[in-house]
Design a protein around this ligand. Structure first.
Ligand SMILES: Cc1cc2nc3c(=O)[nH]c(=O)nc-3n(C[C@H](O)[C@H](O)[C@H](O)COP(=O)(O)O)c2cc1C
Length: 197
């Protein structure tokens, strides 16, 4: 079992990273081979919208630090995607990654009108989405501001043919980067989740 955790928080060793690491740690205890990737340490570009990947399905035309990572992703059995909530949505780093995953989406061939199936990204992978937010429980703080985010996040693994999708939410971190580290129950939940991968 190979598990990769991708942390899209621009803050070093903060809440999102702590939770992604805790899930990886749980997976490791279960015998998995794990890898942590911090997007903040990488040179990554936003999608060019060139549609070049549709001519070479599964391959983005850009050459940056995401180029090898995108190919590597196809080899993992489980993928953990972690982001802080920024302005009721994801971090810029997370959005750049997700836009670049477009290269794995099926599309319609403009000449034949037939769907071209996504074949480069093997179906059935396990996905975990980790979300750290400053606000407290959504039930207390304008849930409608966050419903769209959960629905949108769910679409990412669904579009990649996920075998399973789990969510781990951290609420109420405020600006405390150690809030997750100090939340023993949350860390235990994260490790337990990793153990199920
Ligand atoms: C630019 C910015 C925008 C934010 N917007 C929100 C928000 O809309 N809702 C929220 O609950 N927290 C918001 N926060 C707080 C972060 O989600 C929170 O501090 C989170 O724990 C950060 O994750 P990290 O510790 O992994 O960096 C925002 C923080 C920043 C820096």
């Amino acid at each position: 079992m190979k598990v990769i955790g991708i942390n899209a928080s621009p803050r070093k060793r903060a809440n999102t990273q702590t939770l992604v690491e805790a899930i990886l740690s749980g997976a490791e205890k279960n015998g998995a081979q794990t890898r942590l990737v911090n997007l903040r340490e990488m040179e990554i570009n936003g999608c060019l919208g060139c549609e070049g990947c549709k001519k070479h399905l599964g391959k983005c035309v850009q050459k940056d630090d995401l180029t090898p990572l995108l190919q590597d992703l196809t080899e993992y059995d489980a993928i953990i995607l972690g982001t802080p909530v920024f302005w009721f949505h994801v971090s810029a780093q997370f959005k750049m990654l997700v836009d670049r995953l477009y290269c794995f989406m099926e599309h319609t061939d403009p000449k034949t009108g037939e769907p071209v199936m996504r074949f480069e990204f093997p179906a059935g992978k396990k996905f975990v989405l980790v979300i750290s937010r400053g606000d407290n429980e959504p039930a207390e703080v304008l849930p409608q501001f966050y419903d769209h985010l959960n629905e949108w996040l769910n679409i990412i693994p669904l579009s990649l043919g996920a075998g399973s999708i789990e969510f781990l939410h951290q609420y109420g971190a405020e600006i405390d980067r150690k809030a997750a580290k100090n939340d023993t129950a949350l860390i235990e939940r994260a490790e337990a989740l990793g153990g199920t991968l």
